[in-house]
Design a protein around this ligand. Structure first.
Ligand SMILES: Cc1ncc(COP(=O)(O)O)c(C=O)c1O
Length: 508
């Protein structure tokens, strides 16, 4: 292959780095697979045969999308995919083409597309009792409440079921205000907490902000992003892969963490009243681009929040249900216990449901008012949620996240060392981000047009990556938790091929 000079330099640097590497190379084959100009990496086999597509023609679907569906509902890719069937980690389009799904319906299809155990549970419950509203007793809500809350530590044993993550966060924030009698809420910049007026006020990604008055007393503070942020070093985060930044912190100390905690204190001294209602944060930012905070940051911040009477809310909408690999909940990776935990997405493998879990003490004052939602704790939702928990356990999916996620991180880290435009590879388990930059020195975001060309190219070779980051500069890998080593090799090969082609294009 005819590599341009700059790329040859960065590749030989990468070989040299690999040779210098003292640790055994990770579990699977080394990257640097060379593909001829028209050669594509080969997709791992799949014995599933999708049904023939028999719905509206593509053009008619496009027309309906344009004329009958709200324009705020955007699609991705120049020619949006018309997806027709799913099986495990695979998606099939209307023409029967197969894709490796690395985004899982935006971090939602936790145990694999169309898992037969979920289909069977839902089908059985539909035949028994589909809906009563939660003002009556029915078995599934109680069985599931017990099973789900058993997975949380200490007094976190009281659950409210909701229909979405936004609703769960909305409710958690309201509960915190009622319990504390305080009003001020704080979130981290780059965080995404939902699209309702209250949660959107705490969502801090500008592209989602409508620029109209939403809720008051909502404040954001600096995100401790150790790659893009002002401070960061070479062992700040809980990940098999660290940033390319250097630091001289001794083991057990982290100056970046201390600086970011100081910024949080600054927010407390300048933006909010003496007493707080709550602080809400994702254990790893999802929409923000799999941003990980320095170790120890959340623990210290939780203490500061509690000193001011506030509650700590962990938004586990993306990080929950084993995705981080080492733990079932993301907050456990920070060695903290929140006062309220919110969840959605992966909880139902695509079934629309969410939950808020807290203590009796926090839940009690909220019971002075009537609180009602029609569908929360619906019997079908509850049997689906229960089947998801069984599958995670029976199929060892949390462990799979740890093993396969680590392989994925290490494979992509090699590509970071090969290509100047791959700035950072980070994450934990199958919650992974690949931040793209103009160059490693400036860490400026790779422009959107370039991101899109790489993204499209990967899709054309059969891999669907997600995208996120406040500038849309981060590819996201958050697949169904059942993916395999072969999928990792394929995804890394496709990404490498797309990057090589991109470099060749840029040199022309
Ligand atoms: C971390 C986080 N919290 C909350 C939400 C809102 O969830 P929903 O879209 O189900 O309302 C999302 C959605 O992407 C999310 O990623």
């Amino acid at each position: 292959m005819n590599f341009p000079a700059a790329m040859k330099r960065s590749i030989s640097r990468a070989y040299a780095n690999l040779l210098k590497c003292h640790q055994p190379l990770p579990l699977i084959g080394v990257s640097f697979r060379h593909f001829s100009k028209d050669e594509h990496p080969v997709m791992p086999p799949c014995d599933f045969e999708p049904e023939k597509y028999e719905s509206y023609p593509y053009e008619h679907i496009q027309e309906l999308r344009k004329e009958r569906i709200a324009p705020s509902l955007y699609t991705i890719y120049k020619k949006p995919l018309l997806l027709h069937q799913g099986h495990k980690q695979w998606l099939f389009d209307s023409e029967g083409r197969r894709y490796l799904d690395l985004f899982a319906g935006i971090v939602t299809v936790s145990v694999g597309h169309c898992h037969p155990k979920i289909t069977e549970a839902a089908h059985k419950q539909f035949g028994l009792l589909c809906h009563t509203s939660n003002i009556f007793l029915n078995p599934p809500i109680h069985e599931y409440a017990e099973k789900l809350t058993n997975l949380l530590p200490g007094k976190l044993k009281v659950v409210y079921f909701t229909n979405s993550g936004s609703e769960a966060n909305d409710l958690a924030l309201q509960m915190a205000r009622v319990y504390t009698g305080n009003c001020d809420l704080i979130s981290l910049r780059g965080g995404y907490h939902g699209a309702s007026p209250l949660t959107l006020s705490l969502t801090a990604v500008a592209s989602y902000k409508p620029g109209i008055t939403l809720s008051t007393n909502c404040h954001t503070t600096m995100c401790p992003d150790v790659f893009r942020g002002v401070w960061g070093g070479s062992h700040c985060r809980d990940s098999p892969v660290q940033t390319i930044r250097k630091c001289s912190c001794s083991p057990g100390s982290c100056e970046a963490k201390d600086q970011y905690v100081d910024q949080f204190k600054e927010t407390l001294s300048t933006c909010v009243g003496q007493r707080l209602a709550a602080f809400i944060a994702e254990p790893i930012q999802g929409v923000g681009g799999a941003v990980q905070y320095p170790k120890g940051f959340l623990k210290e911040v939780y203490e500061l929040v509690r000193e001011r009477g506030g509650l700590c809310i962990a938004d586990e909408v993306q990080t929950g249900f084993g995705r981080t690999g080492s733990h079932f909940w993301g907050f456990q990776t920070h060695d903290v216990v929140p006062d309220i935990v919110t969840m959605a997405k992966g909880i139902g493998n695509g079934f629309p449901m969410g939950a808020v879990i807290t203590t009796q003490e926090i839940a009690k004052p909220f019971a002075k008012f009537l609180h009602f939602n029609t569908f929360g704790g619906n019997p079908v939702a509850c049997v689906v949620g229960s089947a998801v928990l069984d599958i995670i356990e029976e199929e060892g999916l949390q462990k799979n996240c740890e093993v396969i996620g680590t392989q994925m991180l290490l494979e992509f880290a090699k590509l970071r060392d090969m290509f100047e435009i791959v700035g950072d590879v980070r994450g934990k388990g199958l919650m992974i981000g690949i931040e793209m930059v103009k160059d490693k020195e400036s860490r400026k975001p790779l422009p959107a047009e370039e991101m899109n060309l790489i993204w499209e190219d990967c899709k054309d070779m059969g891999v669907l990556f997600g995208k996120g980051g406040i500038y849309g500069q981060t590819f996201r890998i958050k697949p169904p938790m059942c993916i395999t080593t072969e999928d990792v090799t394929f995804a890394a090969d496709v990404f490498q091929r797309a990057l090589t082609r991109h470099m060749e294009r840029s040199q022309k």
